[in-house]
Design a protein around this ligand. Structure first.
Ligand SMILES: Cc1cc2nc3c(=O)[nH]c(=O)nc-3n(C[C@H](O)[C@H](O)[C@H](O)COP(=O)(O)OP(=O)(O)OC[C@H]3O[C@@H](n4cnc5c(N)ncnc54)[C@H](O)[C@@H]3O)c2cc1C
Length: 463
């Protein structure tokens, strides 16, 4: 909404729309400046955020956790891996900015906020040249992480998280964003803010926007939260902001049919094979990330395949929260021998044996076997608004819109134009990374860890 005769109901320094991964990190960092009053308006913690249903795997290159495990890595190497997967070199300044803050961010969450972090040395992923996913000790996933960050936020005297308070619109005066329209208990309030941060995630829960931008993905299982409806899209479009890569998603080719749980992405790296409904193996399972594998599965007859593994694979992966969920849901079949496997695959003994034949350099699977039918799903969108390396939203003239920032799934992500370009850990890197950068930028006097915020580098918009 626009207008010069506005009356304000509330006044804060920083108003954050969305209390998920990006919003909470923004508030945590900005509130280190005791002179700032920060308000986070959250549509519904009851409905939840993708941060909380995520696996909580944090990608960072060059952390002390990696060094202690003897893993040599750096932000530059991390960025190079992301860009090799995405091919989106135009977005390189943003990728570098996020990778630059990632190690400090992960260490801060561990050392300052007391979250039990470990390096997932047993979490190999396609395109990741060294292990760089960090996770929680105990592998409980994103719910534990978001609860921990939420508790840290609650301890801060200068932050309020206002729940059940959906943001309905931006307030724009003379081309500058000066506040938000928020609904609380059915009443609309105008919140004046020096800076507004959009952290409302993407639009994967909006059938209309998905049909408009991602229609080529067919009818995938949706594995994200109901709140990712792209509410910021029309507000940003109204400002004439540019969007990029709107057809790209974080997809998963690991969704278990009829259960909606996901098997671990580490399965193929521990010997698991994919067998089609025709009883044949059709892909090198290690050659695809799980987002790219979703496209492979969509092209299979019945848009599904059987993931088959053995006890050794199971032992290496069962402690992940994904495998625990699958086992608890009864989503995994136990098959004592090859005849039982052949029956489950609906094929002959010879065909089942042929499907299990290891690719060069891989080990053979040994009975008993485990099997889950997997299909493709969408977890989150990756396209979004064009921002600079400080998270400032760029207007139609390529200059920052005064007063407006965006991060996480609201901003253009790191997958490039296609879902195949998504690298594991990109989602939370963009959410926490931009939260960190924007929060540091807003907190006066301190720029700790936010090397990127000093650069103010602009990225040209593209279609
Ligand atoms: C199943 C699953 C597993 C994943 N695993 C990983 C992983 O291990 N590692 C990784 O890097 N990424 C992972 N991701 C991706 C990652 O979770 C997201 O990229 C990330 O959470 C996006 O952060 P965000 O802050 O933009 O959005 P969210 O974390 O979804 O937070 C957005 C918040 O905004 C609120 N909101 C929405 N609209 C409004 C409105 N109008 N007003 C007020 N509030 C609003 C929502 O209620 C929500 O709380 C996973 C995603 C899914 C779905």
């Amino acid at each position: 909404m626009t207008g010069s005769t506005l009356t304000w109901d509330v006044e804060v320094d920083v108003a954050v729309a969305g209390g998920g991964a990006c919003g909470v990190m923004t508030a945590l960092r900005a509130a280190r400046d005791p002179d700032l009053v920060v308000a986070v308006f959250e549509r519904s913690t009851r409905e939840g955020c993708n941060g909380a249903i995520s696996s909580g795997s944090l990608a960072a290159g060059g952390t002390r956790f990696q060094r202690e495990a003897g893993i040599e890595d750096s932000p530059e190497r991390h960025a190079a891996d992301i860009l090799a997967a995405s091919g989106d070199h135009e977005w390189a300044p943003v990728v570098h900015a996020l990778c630059a803050v990632a190690p400090g961010l992960v260490e801060w969450v561990a050392d300052e906020l007391g979250y039990p972090v470990e390096i997932g040395a047993d979490m190999p992923r396609a395109g990741m040249s060294v292990p760089r996913l960090h996770t929680d000790v105990g592998r409980q996933g994103g719910a534990r992480l978001m609860a921990h960050l939420g508790a840290a936020l609650e301890r801060l005297p200068n932050v309020a998280l206002v729940d059940e308070a959906p943001v309905l619109d931006l307030v724009v005066e003379d081309g500058a964003v000066t506040g938000l329209v928020v609904e609380q208990n059915g009443v609309r309030q105008r919140v004046r803010a020096r800076s507004v941060v959009l952290a409302t995630d993407g639009f994967a829960a909006s059938p209309e926007l998905m049909a408009q931008h991602c229609g080529d993905l067919g009818s995938p299982f949706y594995g994200g939260v109901s709140t990712a409806t792209g509410s910021a899209v029309p507000w940003l479009a109204g400002l004439g902001a540019t969007f990029r890569n709107m057809g790209a998603c974080l997809r998963s080719g690991l969704v278990v049919v009829d259960h909606g749980t996901r098997v671990s992405p580490a399965l193929p790296f521990n010997g698991a094979v994919l067998v089609g409904t025709d009883g044949r193996r059709f892909v090198d399972e290690e050659a695809h990330g799980y987002s790219s594998m979703a496209g492979v599965l969509r092209r299979q007859p019945g848009e599904r395949a059987a993931m088959v593994w053995d006890a050794e694979t199971m032992a290496a992966t069962r402690h992940s929260e994904m495998m625990r969920d699958c086992l608890a849901a009864g989503a995994v079949q136990d098959l004592p021998d090859l005849p039982a496997l052949a029956r489950a695959l609906g094929t002959t003994l010879d065909a089942a044996a042929a499907a299990l034949a290891p690719l060069p350099g891989r080990r053979p699977l040994v009975a008993p076997y485990h099997l889950a039918w997997v299909t493709h799903g969408v977890l989150a969108t990756q396209g979004g608004v064009v921002v600079d390396t400080t998270g400032r939203v760029l207007g139609p003239d390529g200059e920052p819109v005064p007063g407006l920032y965006a991060g996480g799934g609201t901003a253009c992500g790191l997958a490039g134009p296609s879902s195949d370009g998504y690298s594991s850990g990109n989602g939370l890197l963009s959410a926490f990374g931009f939260g960190w950068i924007i929060g540091d930028h807003l907190a006066s006097g301190t720029r700790v860890g936010s090397q990127a915020s000093a650069e103010r580098e602009h990225v040209p918009p593209s279609g």
